[in-house]
Each structure stands twice: as C-alpha cells, then as structure tokens.
Design a protein around this ligand. Sequence first.
Ligand SMILES: Nc1ncnc2c1ncn2[C@@H]1O[C@H](COP(=O)(O)OP(=O)(O)OP(=O)(O)O)[C@@H](O)[C@H]1O
Length: 277
Amino acid sequence: MKKLRLKRKQQQKPDVSSADTEKQPTIEAEATVDIKSKVSTAEWPQRKVTLAPDQPLLEVRSVERIFDVGSQKLHVLKGINMQVMQNQLVMLKGRSGSGKTTLLNMLGGLDLPTSGEIWFRGEQLSAWSDDKRTRARRDDVGFIFQAFALMPLLSAYENVELSLRMANIPRHLWKARAQHCLELVGLGKRMYHRPFEMSGGEQQRVAIAKAIAHKPLLLLADEPTAELDTQMVAQVMGVFQQIIRTENISICMTTHDPTIMEVADHVYEMVDGKFVS
Ligand SMILES: Nc1ncnc2c1ncn2[C@@H]1O[C@H](COP(=O)(O)OP(=O)(O)OP(=O)(O)O)[C@@H](O)[C@H]1O
C-alpha cells in the first residue's frame, strides 16, 4: 500500500466574504510554497458572488445524461445529486466507464444534462445560454483535463501568462500573478523551464498554476494524479490543499487512487452512473 505524506484536514469553515479575500489558515499542507509576490486584489476585475456561507458553490440535482449512440440510448448518469461547498475538496471515485468524466464535463458547463439541474454560484448553470456558460467557464472555472495540456514550446511562466491573456485579465497584472501562482505551486525557481525540462509532477503543478491563474471559484481536475509516483502525488495534493486555503477556491477532482481520499472533504463513489454511499 502506498503511503502518502499528506496531513489530514482540520475543521474548515466556509468563508464567502469575497472571492479575492484571504482566509484564515485551516488546513495543513506539506508542499513547499513561497508566497511572496501578491497581486493587489483591488486591481483585479471584480466579480459579483453573493453566496451565503452555507450555500453550496455547486449543486447537482437529479442529473441524468443519456447519449445517443447510433440507434441506441446510452444511459450514463442515472440521477446524480451532489454538492460542492465553498472551499471544499471533493473527490469523485469510481471504475473506468462509471461516468465520472461525463459528470465533470457537466460541472464545468461543457455539456448539459438530459434532465435535472446544475446550480453554480447560486444560479442554474444548466439553464444558461451557451454564451453565458462560456463566460462562466472563462471567468470562474479552472480546468485540469488531459485535453488542456501545457504548450510544449512555452516556458512554465509563459504557459501561466497565456491563461491570464485568454481570461482577459489586464496585461499589467500578468507578471505578478503568473509569478505568484508558480511560487504557490513550489516552482518559483523553475519558471523559465519548458515542460519537457520538468518532471511529470512539476508539469502537473504548472497545469495547476495555469488553471488557477485567473482566480476561478471552482477548479475541476480529471485524474490529476494519474501517471504520477507517490511522492509527486503527495506534492500535487499538498498544492491543492494550499490553494484551497490561499486562493479561496473549491476543487472537484476524479481519482482512482484510494490513498489520497483521506484529504477530501467529501468522496462520492460512482458505480454505473449512480452514487453509492
Ligand atoms: N459523448 C459521448 N457519447 C457517447 N458515449 C459517451 C460519451 N461520453 C462518454 N460516453 C460513455 O459514457 C460512459 C462513461 O464515460 P466516462 O468517460 O464518463 O467514464 P469515467 O468514469 O470518467 O471513465 P475513466 O475513469 O476511464 O475516465 C462510457 O461508457 C463512455 O463510452
């Protein structure tokens, strides 16, 4: 059995005063981080989030997803109910093909349920127009999916800067924010290395820095620790704990790895399109 050097979480209270406000530390992480360069939050584009402390950031209500495959109907999600509270780490576990990625795509507004509702920051995301979902994805969601890999010819710094450019963050904020995010994931000294000059765990940490650079409310990660060795898995999970604390973010990730589940606030186990307790 693999042993991870992860510390258990202590009691956490949600903080909803503002998406950009620093919170009291409530969890321990062993990732080496050096948070020196902070971007002035006053300059950052303002977003309106009016959630009560006990209101979920994300809520899934009776969601079903049926795909048409040729003349057949493939019933992949069969009545999913779940919540991600503010500043929580939630994991989805389940066998290959159980429906985790299908659900994660919906949580990020990349796909829509056949029936049921998805609520995000107090509004029904599943009823939004394509444009509104695209804007919410750009502004409030960060993705770590295989399909959103790093640009191989760009340095770690340039990769993170690119995501700030794509999120329409004002140019004068890029440098400090990109440096801050790379320091946050413990790569302050590797900023100018390109992906092929880095280990798998380092590349995954660049992907995290890139996904959180625009200060999303929600980070969605599909198997972010797959392909990593035990030590790198611990580093990545440490970074996740750290960014929940310092970036006021919630994380929902899929995993097959039972050794990391103890650091989650909640684990949903999916079997054949349904959650089992
Ligand atoms: N766009 C689609 N059209 C048809 N079938 C799909 C589509 N997307 C997913 N499926 C099917 O839905 C089922 C669940 O797939 P999904 O990728 O959600 O599983 P998963 O739990 O994430 O698996 P893994 O752990 O291997 O990534 C699979 O049988 C898959 O073939």
